[in-house]
Write a protein that binds this ligand. Structure first.
Ligand code: ZN
Length: 165
C-alpha cells in the first residue's frame, strides 16, 4: 500500500473510530461510498450499513465542486488539502444517509451526468448535483466536522500534504 493510501485509510479509521472498514482506491475522479449492491437478477438492494469506501487518489483541486458551494463552505475547505474535503465528504455520506434512497439518487445522478454528455452544460449540472439532498448533507457534515475539530483537520491536512506527490 502506498503512503497516500495508508494515510487516507488511517484518517478515515481515526474519524470513524473503526478498524474494520473496507477502503478501496481508484484513479477515477470521484470518490464514493457503497450502500447498494446487485442481486443475481440485477435487482438493486440498499444496505443499512456501509459496504465500502472508494477514495480517488487522483490529484484534484476541486474545480467541479468548490465553485458550486456557498462561499462560506468553499472558504473553509480551501484552507486544507483537497483530499481532506474528499474524505470528510464521503464520511459525511456515511453519517447522513439514513432516510435517503441511494437507488433513486444514483438514477438522478446518472440522468444529470447524461446531460453533461449530451448538452455539455457542465456548470449547470455540477450546480444541480451539489444541491441534491445527499450531497448537501455530506458537504454540511464535512464542514461542521472541520469547525468542530480544527486541530485534527490541520493535522490530517498536513499528513495528506506530505503523502501527496
Ligand atoms: Zn457525494
Amino acid at each position: 500500500m502506498y503512503v497516500q493510501e495508508k494515510t487516507i485509510k488511517n484518517i478515515i479509521c481515526d474519524i470513524l473510530k473503526r478498524k474494520d472498514l473496507k477502503i478501496e482506491f481508484t484513479c477515477k475522479t470521484n470518490s464514493s461510498i457503497y450502500l447498494t449492491h446487485y442481486t443475481d437478477s440485477n435487482e438493486i438492494i440498499q444496505r443499512s450499513e456501509i459496504d465500502r469506501f472508494v477514495i480517488s487518489i487522483r490529484t484534484e483541486t476541486g474545480e467541479t465542486i468548490f465553485p458550486y458551494m456557498t462561499p462560506t463552505m468553499t472558504g473553509v475547505f480551501k484552507q486544507y488539502n483537497f483530499k481532506l474535503f474528499s474524505i470528510l465528504h464521503e464520511v459525511g455520506h456515511y453519517k447522513t444517509f439514513k432516510g435517503i434512497s441511494y437507488t433513486a439518487m444514483t438514477k438522478k445522478r446518472d440522468a444529470l451526468y447524461a446531460r453533461v454528455n449530451s448538452e455539455g452544460a457542465h456548470a449547470e449540472i455540477h450546480r444541480l448535483y451539489r444541491q441534491t439532498t445527499p450531497e448537501r448533507r455530506a458537504d454540511k457534515w464535512a464542514m461542521n466536522w472541520i469547525l468542530k475539530h480544527p486541530k485534527k483537520a490541520r493535522e490530517y491536512s498536513n499528513q495528506l500534504n506530505r503523502a501527496t506527490y
